[in-house]
Design a protein around this ligand. Structure first.
Ligand code: 13P
Length: 251
């Protein structure tokens, strides 16, 4: 399995022109670009090598593909624009109140519609300080993947991506030594793999890491066979940096 890099632009950049320039500069094989919703359509016309992703989706799929849900974006609308991957359950959304129960429904609607979900899980610093990081992640997986067993036979999508993103390692800038120790990341990824084995999913599962991955430290993570890709945020806003991260997957 080739390693995969998923660029989470978050709520950036601040203008359409910048978004178009960034997309043009980052349009390479091996990358999935997840811009804000508002830029997905114009960027869909630019990309020829990179794939297109979204950062969220609404959990209901009304029969007409849309419905009375102010401010939400439906799976049909995203499919129509050629989105292949959707980030679900990012910690920044969990912090704003998104629950595991809602995340479970979003995973379901995504898989049922042939889109690959990128489920984000991870503990807070306080959880790790008291040795509860595995318990936290185990509980997240248990609820977030609640429907997956029921739908995996009928699932249109045959792939699930899980991103381990410990909150304390996110947005720690340009450091060449990331806050998360790659060995700790490998241990958690092995734990996640063990957990999902017991779910007997009828899906290919890829487990990746996110948290201050950049051009300088990507090799530390991508050099480990257990880490099957990365989910950079800040570094994905610089085309040269993200291209270097993708190059690390080819070594
Ligand atoms: P940073 O790479 O900026 O730490 O962001 C990671 C992240 O949250 C990606 O989803």
């Amino acid at each position: 399995m080739n390693k995969l890099i998923i660029a989470n632009w978050k709520m950036n950049p601040g203008s359409l022109n910048e978004a178009i320039e960034l997309a043009k500069g980052s349009d390479i094989e091996g990358l999935v670009i997840c811009p804000p919703f508002i830029y997905i359509e114009p960027i869909s016309k630019i990309l020829t090598h990179a794939k297109l992703g979204a950062q969220d989706v609404f959990f209901e799929n009304p029969p007409a593909g849309g419905g009375p849900y102010t401010g939400e974006v439906s799976i049909e609308e995203l499919k129509d624009l050629g989105v292949s991957h959707i980030i679900v359950g990012h910690s920044e959304r969990r912090e704003l109140g998104e629950t595991d129960e809602v995340i479970a429904k979003k995973i379901k609607v995504t898989l049922e519609n042939g889109i690959i979900p990128v489920l984000c899980v991870g503990e807070k610093k306080g959880d790790r300080d008291v040795g509860k990081e595995k318990e936290v992640v185990r509980k997240q997986l248990e609820i977030d993947l609640f429907f997956v067993n029921q739908i995996s036979e009928a699932s249109e999508s045959k792939e699930l991506i899980i991103a381990y993103e410990p909150l304390w390692a996110i947005s720690k800038g340009d450091a060449s030594h990331p806050p998360a120790d790659p060995e700790e990341v490998v241990q958690m990824i092995n734990f996640i793999r063990e957990q999902i084995k017991s779910y007997k999913l009828n899906l290919t599962t890829r487990i990746i890491y996110g948290g201050s991955v950049n051009d300088k430290n990507a090799h530390e993570f991508l050099g480990r066979k257990e880490i099957e890709g990365a989910l950079p945020g800040g570094a994905s806003l610089d085309a040269e940096k993200i291209k270097k991260v993708v190059e690390e997957t080819k070594k």
